[in-house]
Design a protein around this ligand. Structure first.
Ligand code: SRM
Ligand code: SF4
Length: 572
């Protein structure tokens, strides 16, 4: 029911809105164009729809110029993203992903910042087989991208497994409940027969409707004191409230997001704001109603301003809350107290409940690969072959070998040592707190390197860190190849956003617990200047910091950067 007093922005529908409208519930001509053998690519309209099936057409940008010179079409290939709520994968599923990456992908797996797998480099003719094999392993790629609810994140905390498993259950329930109902995916990829001319053909998307959402929509659940999923970066965040070791419900936070465009002040990262509390069994209702508000009032004309954060800021937090309660038919309770102390991962072996062990492995840039002597991919494959627990992909692109029994621990430890897999203990805490988005060569939007460059830059920053005795100081550092913020740069205490090849905007001032945004400190600087700036900043931090003061807080207290708690002030 649409509230006549509230209005969606006026303007002609964007190109994507028109494509969705004509797509017959996300089918378009995808079925046919995937069969075409003349081009390795697909038309743009179908590519827009493809996202809703968890995939993007990309081209290898390292080869782009050379192929252009040779008058060849770009080296087209597909990226495929799995939907895997809470980042929990069984060893058998890991082995399938590993095999597919070798058979059809580029021999690597990317653990994403939303706790799932991405595969790159899949050729058009291998897409259907790949999706079918993923499906046979009880995973899928439905709604992993596109204007729908994305992979639901959930704290991967191995310390409090009972709470974790309860919260994880809610993340899978949310994920299932908010799935699109169209059978397009099953027909196109899994050869499900179309039902023609009957009532069933009259497909209904009771929640999304024919046009789906104006933009992507993201949900995450955090379990304090860990804010590893960066709950304030989500369109809709839930903060688990635990009393006497029992999950009593969730605080509800709305309107977060990281993306922006360089130089466009109408775009900005924003923190989700807590608006109240709900009981566990109300969580699906809350999510559905929040989504329908965005469906009805989000900007369908300008995609740059279409995320829910802009809807909330335009309508006002109180108005959106009132509309939510109106749709729910009941009121949220007052938000409960909570406390976050970090947004990172805890590495190494940890003993959880029921005598189970968990090993958090440091995976630089989330890239699972065998590179030179470091056989990370082979090592995890060998572990997956004997592991009887599960794997948990973290929101910081790391991997937890979880639920390891005491008997199994010895065997797994041996493999960890044999393959030189690492908890990152020999690196600086800064590197262990780093994240970089995919960026080049696959990301079509990248303006500068990120995943391939951050480790190189860190080699140099680590020298400065050591000179200042800060080796064990956890400082979150995040780099993205463009301002879309896939590595949640605006919540890193040190952030770099790609501007042009070798050039970055540098950001400072975010809080270590993910509750305050960063702000631009230097624009368009290269490596030399980055190191010069960090040499001064880190040396000041070493000398002037107060006890237990984090770097982000220090930069704000010392007046180096202004605190930003509301994204609408991000550019001031
Ligand atoms: Fe992202 C677009 C990769 C998490 C904000 N993101 C892309 C695309 C698909 C590029 C494109 O549109 O052509 C990238 C594919 C690169 C490649 O070659 O694989 C891409 N995003 C990623 C991943 C793989 C980064 C990583 O290194 O882990 C993450 C996959 C998450 C997942 O499993 O679902 C990823 N992206 C994020 C996050 C972080 C998060 O969700 O916690 C954000 C910021 C949060 C947010 O959404 O506000 C994010 N990605 C974007 C945006 C900006 C959206 C906006 O509001 O403006 C885009 C561009 C867009 O949507 O137009 C984008
Ligand atoms: Fe690509 Fe930009 Fe996202 Fe990095 S932040 S993966 S460069 S869209």
């Amino acid at each position: 029911m649409v509230n006549q007093l509230l209005k969606a922005p006026e303007g002609p529908p964007s190109d994507v809105e028109q494509i969705k409208d004509k797509s017959n519930y996300l089918r378009g001509t995808l079925g046919e164009v995937m069969l075409d053998r003349i081009s390795a690519g697909i038309p743009d309209d179908d590519n827009r729809l493809m996202k809703h099936h968890g995939s993007y057409l990309q081209d290898d940008r390292d080869l782009r110029n050379e192929r252009q010179k040779q008058k060849l079409e770009p080296a087209y290939q597909f990226m495929l993203r799995v939907r895997m709520p809470g980042g929990v994968a069984l060893p058998a599923q890991w082995l399938v992903m590993d095999e597919l990456a070798q058979k059809y992908g580029n021999d690597t797996l990317k653990l994403t910042t939303r706790q799932t797998f991405q595969m790159h480099g899949i050729l058009k003719w291998n897409m259907k087989k790949t999706i079918q094999e993923i499906h046979a392993s009880m995973l899928d790629t439905i709604a992993a991208c596109g204007d729908v609810n994305r992979n639901v994140m959930c704290n991967s905390n191995p310390f409090q497994s009972e709470i974790h498993s309860e919260v994880y259950d809610w993340s899978t329930k949310l994920s299932d409940y908010l799935l699109p109902r169209t059978r397009a995916y099953h027909e196109i990829w899994l050869d499900e027969e179309k039902v023609v001319g009957t009532a069933e053909m009259e497909e209904v998307e009771p929640m999304y409707g024919k046009l789906y959402l104006p933009r992507k929509f993201k949900i995450g659940i955090a379990v304090p004191p860990s804010n590893d999923i960066d709950v304030f970066s989500q369109d809709l965040g839930f903060i688990a409230i635990v009393e006497d070791d029992k999950l009593v419900g969730f605080n509800v936070a709305i309107g977060g997001g990281m993306g922006m465009s360089h130089g466009d002040k109408k775009t900005y990262p924003q923190l989700a704001k807590v608006i109240g509390f709900c009981m566990p069994d109300q969580i699906l209702d809350v999510a559905e109603k929040v989504i329908t508000i965005q469906r009805d009032y989000g900007n369908r004309s300008l995609r740059k301003n279409a995320r829910f954060k802009y809807t909330v800021d335009r309508l006002g937090l109180e108005t959106v809350k009132a509309e939510l309660e109106n749709r729910l038919g009941w009121s949220l309770e007052e938000a409960k107290k909570y406390h976050f102390d970090n947004n990172g991962d805890r590495y190494g072996w940890v003993k959880g409940i029921q005598g189970k062990w968990h090993f958090t492995l440091f995976v630089e840039g989330g890239r699972i690969a065998d590179i030179d002597d470091y056989k990370l991919m082979t090592g995890i494959r060998e572990i997956a072959k004997i592991h009887t627990g599960d794997f948990r992909l973290t929101a910081n692109q790391n991997l937890i070998i979880a639920n390891v029994s005491s008997q199994e621990k010895e065997k797994i430890s041996k493999l960890i040592v044999q393959y030189g897999l690492t908890d990152g203990g020999h690196y600086t805490a800064l590197r262990r707190s780093s994240m970089a988005c995919v960026s080049l060569p696959t990301c079509g939007l990248a303006m500068a390197e990120a995943e391939r460059y951050l480790p190189v830059l860190l080699d140099k920053i680590e020298t400065i860190v050591d000179e200042n005795g800060l080796r064990n100081e956890e400082i979150t550092i995040r780099m993205t190849g463009c301002p879309n913020g896939c590595a949640r740069h605006a919540l890193g205490e040190i952030g770099f956003i790609g501007k042009a090849p070798g050039k970055y905007n540098m950001y400072l001032g975010a809080a270590f617990d993910g509750s305050r945004l960063s702000k631009m400190y230097r624009e368009n600087i290269g490596e030399e200047e980055i190191l010069r700036e960090l040499r001064v900043l880190l040396s000041r931090y070493a000398k002037e910091r107060q006890e237990e003061e984090h770097f982000g807080d220090f930069t704000v207290r010392a007046g180096i950067i202004k605190a930003v708690t509301d994204g609408t002030n991000f550019h001031d």
